[in-house]
Design a protein around this ligand. Structure first.
Ligand SMILES: Cc1cc2nc3c(=O)[nH]c(=O)nc-3n(C[C@H](O)[C@H](O)[C@H](O)COP(=O)(O)OP(=O)(O)OC[C@H]3O[C@@H](n4cnc5c(N)ncnc54)[C@H](O)[C@@H]3O)c2cc1C
Length: 521
């Protein structure tokens, strides 16, 4: 079997490494892409359990991550009680207060917790190192150049025309073509598959800050349980988390990544829905002007350091109508979709796809691949992507409401830890015997959506006070989420447990909203 991987970004190189390890030895793998990235912006520094598991267990990169990148202990969300008052720094802070058991141990790890559940990666370093691993791998051919054209032939093999750096053209024959060309969207554009949502678009402005004062991140009045102290269970330093500051029609990420100079750099980005967020943020001056009122703590941190390499994407969301075809082509990662990164799931969805592609190619090598399985895999890619993205799009209209935002967050995280994560750990996204369970995400009532009666009940009172918040930092993390199980019943029982947890949470919240409404009356 001959595989052509088009692209030289993070997912192209990860796919090449995985397919080399997981397909028969006589599979020929060629990766085609330009040596240099040029001016293409690079983003995506926060991993989650799904992407971490893939990198460590499938590619054996645990020690590499430990030595070269920062640990990530949790996602932290900051909901400010009064966004319009720059003097007020009171935040309801929601953070995971434990991590799933069964994380494979990590030799040499000396920090807090048994080991970090995920990593904060410096993408400049990570992408370069993955490229080098592919170059050093004797079983992968590399062609420097850019794919220019393709003739599709399902039976006889596709012909890809490549322009080399000196302008010369050459061709490559392949049975499978895997398009990982990022925003260039080589196949989706050629086949007329690109869909750009007209509403609910996103803008994003981001940059790195060097030599900043990390203490400024704690210059706020924090409501909610603090991470356990040193010596207690699940103690960790909250600095090493992905920080999310929620605003009106926008949110900001702060991610401390390890610089090659030995000092941390802070990655900072503002993502907004342009139909709701009234400001233009295309420069540091505009960023500081608009963020100073909602989140002076973020503005102070940025001002304390030196800003470098600003990047911008406008109206950037799109989806391909199809990711896998019986004609033996696949579209992977940013070539297929551009996501809102609120839950750091871009690379996680990419690694889910890489495992699916591996399964299809292994079956094809064994003469067992059917068009039905390809079609099922295609539906399986889109189910969590669309469900989670729709939920985030919906969230923007109430992102400035600290109560509703906290509710939505806990809701989504319960669905992640009790449903999505155990299903991925147990191969429900690609094992045909288990994919039936994955269809739960294609249901008409997507699991990430907060019930409408809660949203409705919230309308009955105006002001949110500290005692309104319900924290779920412990319960929302399913301790069994990483358990590998023999039968689907054990995963189902976790899904049911998650539903019951959400049910109890909804009841508690409704009772509390009723009380608040009565107090107002
Ligand atoms: C604002 C924002 C924040 C994000 N944050 C996170 C995060 O915190 N965590 C996370 O997991 N994900 C995050 N993501 C998603 C993450 O950035 C992407 O999933 C990931 O970078 C996609 O990598 P890729 O390999 O698909 O694309 P790229 O890295 O863009 O690679 C595309 C490659 O294709 C090459 N190429 C282009 N045209 C051709 C051609 N014709 N022939 C051959 N090669 C070609 C390019 O040179 C490049 O090397 C974020 C995304 C955005 C927009």
């Amino acid at each position: 079997m001959r595989l052509a991987i088009l692209g030289n970004g993070v997912l192209a190189n990860l796919a090449a490494l995985y397919l080399r390890k997981s397909t028969p030895a006589d599979t020929e793998i060629t990766i085609v892409g330009p040596a240099e990235r040029g001016k293409l912006p690079r983003v995506g520094e926060s991993l989650i359990e799904i992407s971490t598991r893939f990198l460590e267990e499938q590619l054996g990169l645990g020690q590499y991550l430990r030595k070269n990148h920062n640990p990530k202990f949790a996602l932290t969300y900051y909901f400010k009680l009064d966004l319009d008052d720059p003097e007020d720094r009171t935040y309801s802070i929601h953070c995971n207060e434990r991590a799933p058991d069964n994380h494979p141990s990590l030799d040499g790890w000396e920090g807090p917790m048994a080991r970090p559940p995920a990593w904060l990666i410096n993408r400049e370093v990570f992408d370069r190192d993955m490229k080098q691993l592919v170059t050093d791998e004797p079983g992968i051919e590399r062609i420097e150049g850019v794919a220019k054209d393709i003739e599709v032939d399902r039976e006889g093999g596709h012909t890809v025309t490549i322009a080399e750096p000196d302008g010369e053209k050459r061709t490559l024959e392949a049975d499978w073509v895997i398009d990982v060309t990022g925003r260039a969207r080589f196949l989706a554009k050629r086949f007329g598959l690109v869909e750009k949502p007209k509403t609910g678009q996103r803008n994003c402005f981001w940059f790195h800050v060097k030599d900043f004062d990390p203490e400024l991140l704690t210059a706020l009045d924090a409501l909610g349980p603090q991470p356990p102290a040193e010596g207690e269970d699940y103690h960790y330093d909250r600095y090493f988390t992905t920080h999310h500051f929620m605003g009106r029609g926008n949110w900001i990420w702060l991610i401390p990544v390890k610089g090659e100079d030995g000092k941390d750099h802070m990655s900072v980005g503002l993502t907004s829905r342009p139909d709701i967020y009234p400001h233009e943020v295309r420069s540091i001056e505009q960023f500081l002007e608009h963020v100073s009122t909602e989140h002076p703590v973020v503005a102070d941190l940025v001002r304390s350091g030196t800003v470098e390499d600003t990047s911008i994407l406008g109206n950037y969301r799109y989806f391909a109508k199809q990711a896998y075809s019986p004609d033996r082509w696949c579209i992977l990662g940013d070539a297929a979709y551009a996501l809102d990164p609120l839950f750091s799931n871009g690379l996680a969805f990419g690694t889910i796809q890489i495992e699916q592609i591996g399964e299809m190619i292994r079956r094809d090598c064994a003469g067992e691949l059917t068009d039905k399985l390809i079609s099922d895999m295609d539906k399986a890619v889109w189910a969590p992507v669309i469900a989670s993205q729709n939920t985030i799009t919906e969230w923007y209209s109430s992102m400035d409401d600290p109560y509703l935002s906290a509710l939505r967050l806990n809701w989504i995280e319960i669905a992640y830890f009790y449903m999505l994560l155990p299903m991925v750990v147990n191969r429900c996204h690609y094992d045909p015997k288990r994919m039936g369970l994955w269809r739960i995400m294609q249901s008409s009532a997507p699991p990430f959506e907060v019930p409408p009666q809660l949203i409705e009940a919230r309308k009955h009172f105006d002001r949110v006070t500290p005692d309104h918040f319900i924290y779920r930092g412990k319960e929302k993390v399913n301790l069994r989420a990483l358990e590998e199980v023999d039968n689907l019943g054990a995963i189902r029982s976790q899904i049911v447990e998650g539903s019951q947890l959400r049910q109890r949470y909804a009841e508690d919240s409704l009772a509390q909203l009723e009380q608040a409404a009565q107090a107002v009356a």
